[in-house]
Design a protein around this ligand. Structure first.
Ligand code: ZN
Length: 366
């Protein structure tokens, strides 16, 4: 079992799920809502916050915690993955080079230059508690030469990030406990590259490590082998973050491989589309293990829920389940009431809180 996550804003038991508050908010919810469902830490995105409203605006508002009224730990992702996927969709948007990443806004043509040092500076302006090095993403399907270059750059950028971070921390006089710094492991689907990248990053020394790159195969299956190679190549008790994972069964699988931090846009996005996760009978009390069908998705817009007056999930203690029926939720979605998405999001996040709590508990009979 991994150690709890220590941050300057408290200790978080693991495993834990961090909702994506990408642009300093989980869509439709307030920070009070997040606390209410039992969320302990959130993820924001340094690149997206740089684009809007600007790191200086957040800094001027007292830092990310005050800006979004969230006093728990905040992990700021570097945006390496997001800038890579935006440029991959449309190469005219920018270029990734050894020295830096250049990105142009499609509409205004405003140019952003991201360097490992600049990305550290942005995260200090935000004032996050866990910062992440800029990495050079690829996916498992990319040619070998591209994977090799990505590992080379990721390690070089992590070294530059470490130096910039140490310099910026030494400038935080009298600020108490410093933030923590995570690096991201690349290497696509290549075992030697994944292990080489993890070992090189561990040699530089970080407080935690993320599994980088697109975490799923073309058929949607979890990249379990690459996740395992990386976990095996890193120190055992250090926090491991399965970036962008994910689906409840993928989360459980990655946890069994040694990962303890998870973030994903899926539960909140699915909620907004009326896709709600519910535990199957007996779960999570029976113990959640990889390979068991412990949950299913309720598509609340299905006609059968129009006259279903039962609560969404029997045994769920969230505000949605304890107060409203499936028929009412179905109705709110049908008429396009904004509260439908909010109530659905509250339930899906509570599902992840209950899921990770079950993984922390000893499995009965194990
Ligand atoms: Zn519920």
């Amino acid at each position: 079992m991994a150690d709890p996550l220590q941050t300057r804003r408290g200790t978080v038991p693991v495993p834990t799920f961090l909702p994506d508050a990408t642009r300093a908010g989980v869509r439709g919810l307030t920070s009070e809502d997040l606390r209410g469902v039992g969320i302990e830490a959130v993820v924001v995105n340094a690149f997206h916050l740089l684009r809007r409203p600007g790191a200086r605006v957040v800094q001027g508002g007292g830092g990310i915690h005050r800006f979004m009224d969230w006093d728990g730990p905040v992990l700021s992702d570097s945006g390496g993955f997001q800038v890579w996927s935006l440029i991959r969709q449309d190469p005219a948007r920018g270029v990734i080079r050894d020295r830096e990443v250049i990105f142009r806004e499609p509409e205004t043509r405003q140019k952003w230059i991201l360097t490992p040092e600049r990305v550290m500076q942005i995260q200090f302006q935000l004032g996050s508690d866990i910062m992440v090095c800029l990495d050079d993403c690829t996916d498992a399907e990319a040619p070998l030469a591209e994977q090799e270059r990505s590992v080379e750059r990721t390690v070089a950028w992590a070294r530059r990030s470490r130096e910039a971070f140490d310099r910026l921390v030494s400038g935080l006089r009298g600020a108490g406990v410093p933030p923590r710094l995570f690096a991201v492991v690349q290497g696509g689907g290549e075992e030697n590259l994944r292990r080489q990248c993890a070992t090189a990053l561990a040699g530089i020394g970080f407080d935690g490590y993320g599994f980088g790159g697109w975490p799923l195969a073309a058929d949607g299956a979890l990249l379990a082998d690459p996740l395992r190679w990386v976990a095996e190549s890193l120190p055992p008790s250090v926090p491991k973050h399965a970036l962008g994972i994910g689906r409840p069964d993928h989360l459980v699988h990655a946890f069994s491989l040694g990962y303890s931090l998870f973030d994903c846009a899926l539960p909140t996005r699915d909620a907004r589309h009326g896709r709600l996760y519910v535990f199957r009978a007996g779960y999570p009390g029976r113990g959640v293990r990889p390979g068991t069908a412990f949950y299913r998705a309720v598509h609340i817009l299905d006609a059968r829920y129009r006259i279903d007056h039962r609560q969404l999930e029997d045994g769920c203690d969230c505000a949605t389940c304890t107060r409203h029926s499936r028929a009412y939720l179905h109705h709110l979605f049908k008429v396009g009431d904004a509260s439908a998405e909010r109530l659905a999001t509250l339930h899906n996040l509570r599902f992840y809180v209950r899921l990770t709590a079950a993984l922390r508990a000893p499995v009965p009979g194990a």
